[in-house]
Design a protein around this ligand. Structure first.
Ligand code: FAD
Ligand code: MLT
Ligand code: ZN
Length: 469
């Protein structure tokens, strides 16, 4: 495919050199390797529209890409080499903040952390928060409907978005940047693009919700004997702290082993490492003192009742960051430890401890020696239910059991009324697994939506379920 007509328009912003394209055609885990005819780097929605129209005219598939931090291979082109990667990274301007309306309008390529900072400078909180926030983009967050560590209080990316600007698969610009909390004028088009993994159109900008900045955040690690105890603690914490409870994250014991092995510079703050633990964060609107008193009271009562066996409350912001690092470096620690099979499951919160107990038993019986690396957003009923090779094993051939492990784990998820992708999306990694549990009527509705929005099937083909055969 000759890209010279595009190159004229996108002088210096169209990469065609194979070496220069390399970072854009592989995912960060180096699990998927693709190739592309070019990487286009637009500066404006009009630029995006030009690229999309060119691709539509030439039948070239488009792979939108933000920070390329996704977990499911959704931002990587396939190996055919016929697709164009559309990087939104240069579209990184904050278009405006309406403090009174508690909204911010931003371009799709804005890095999440930059948006948190921009909101803070305006005296507001943008609460979306995840380990990749220094590199992921808001366009990618919305396209994956990202979750992260504050969903318990503020919801997923979807709940934080009021309006979108989108370039359609026909190359038209839809300005849906409405800052409205209530709008019942027909089908909710915004919600179709959120979580669509770039398969329906390109998000070029978004209007997102802002919140008051809390006066203080207090962070604690609490050791619990079982996931059942963690769940009971969650219930008590919700009853006592209400909306002030902003995070409730679980690390099961093997995760603490991996962290202390792979990241020895991180200090584990509790006496025992042979335990599981939850990271609790409370955000207080009043003061540091009132927040601290509430969290102390909660943990003391939980200790006395035997629900918690040990706890440490961060004494200052530096220590709070250190506490969070233990949770946030979990992904990298597992990556360093070698091959692993990732799951991103959710079940009703009430059933999650039973799910872990029963499914761990089933998997370790069927695949002797594997380690269950289970961690994540317990407060949302969402765990990264990962499986690693036996300790000390190189794990090079571990991938051969992946499909069989997925089968067992996801059948259990289904039996518990859950989902095989809580927050990472389907991409190429989980689309066939997700399709196993969708009814024909649900798959048919998804196909109709895809057909209506992208009849030529140029938007990120082969990802998610709209074109699943
Ligand atoms: P990319 O990876 O570039 O793309 C992801 C998908 O969105 C692809 O389908 C792509 O085609 C599409 N896309 C990107 N931009 C656009 C656009 N403008 N228009 C249309 N489609 C687009 N995820 C969570 O949900 N919760 C977590 O807690 C979490 N923690 C993480 C921790 C680490 C250390 C890492 C590396 C990742 C983590 N992730 C997490 C996964 C990842 O960060 C998120 O999925 C993130 O939302 C992806 O954003 P991105 O900009 O990197 O998107
Ligand atoms: C997390 O919660 O840390 C992530 O979603 C990343 C992971 O699954 O490793
Ligand atoms: Zn997560």
């Amino acid at each position: 495919m000759n890209t010279s007509s595009l190159a004229n328009t996108f002088s210096g912003r169209l990469i065609t050199d194979v070496a220069d394209m390399a970072p854009f055609v592989t995912d960060w885990r180096k699990r998927w390797f693709g190739s592309a005819i070019a990487v286009a780097q637009p500066d404006t929605a009009e630029d995006v529209a030009i690229v999309v129209r060119w691709c539509a005219a030439h039948g070239v598939p488009i792979v939108p890409q933000g920070g390329n931090t996704g977990m499911s291979g959704a931002a990587t082109p396939d190996a055919a080499g016929s697709a164009l990667v559309l990087s939104l990274a240069r579209m990184n301007r904050v278009r405006g903040i309406d403090a009174l309306n508690n909204t911010m309008t931003v371009e799709a390529g804005c890095i999440l952390q930059a948006l948190q900072d921009a909101a803070r400078e305006a005296g507001r909180l943008f609460p979306l928060s995840l380990g990749a926030e220094g590199s992921c983009t808001i366009g990618g967050n919305l396209s994956t409907n990202a979750g992260g560590v504050a969903v318990l209080r503020f919801g997923n990316a979807r709940e934080l978005c009021l309006g979108l600007e989108v370039v359609t698969a026909q190359g038209e610009i839809w300005n849906g940047l409405r800052g409205l909390r209530k709008d019942n004028t027909g089908y909710d088009l915004r919600d179709l693009f959120i979580g669509a993994e770039g398969t329906l159109g390109v998000i070029t900008a978004a209007t997102v919700k802002l919140f008051p900045l809390p006066a203080a955040k207090i962070t604690a690690w609490a050791a619990v004997a079982t996931v059942h105890d963690a769940l009971n603690l969650l219930q008590v914490a919700q009853a006592k702290l209400g909306a002030r409870l902003t995070a409730f994250e679980l690390l099961t014991q093997p995760c603490i082993d991996i962290l202390t092995e792979q990241m020895p510079h991180l200090r584990w703050p509790l006496a025992a490492t042979q335990t599981q633990a939850v990271l609790i964060e409370l955000s207080d609107a009043e003061s540091e003192a009132s927040g601290r008193a509430s969290l102390e009271a909660l943990l003391e009562a939980a200790f006395e009742s035997g629900l918690v066996t040990d706890a440490a409350i961060a004494t200052n912001i530096t220590q709070s960051r250190e506490f969070w690092s233990l949770r946030e470096f979990m992904t990298e620690a597992q990556q360093r430890a070698g091959k692993n099979i990732k799951h991103d499951i959710s079940v009703p919160i009430s059933r999650i401890a039973d799910f872990v107990e029963q499914t761990n038993a089933e998997i370790t019986e069927k695949f002797p020696g594997v380690r269950m690396i289970v961690f994540g957003h317990l407060g949302d009923g969402n765990l990264h239910y990962n499986v690693s090779p036996p300790k000390g094993a190189v794990g090079e051939n571990f991938g051969v059991i992946e499909a069989a492990v997925n089968h067992v784990a996801h059948n259990a998820v289904n039996a518990f009324g859950g989902s095989v992708s809580a927050e990472h999306g389907l991409g190429v990694l989980r689309r066939s697994e997700a399709a196993r549990f969708k009814s024909p009527v649900e798959l048919a509705m998804m196909r109709s939506i895809k057909q209506a929005f992208d009849p030529k099937c140029i938007m990120n083909p082969g990802k998610s379920l709209g074109d699943f055969a």
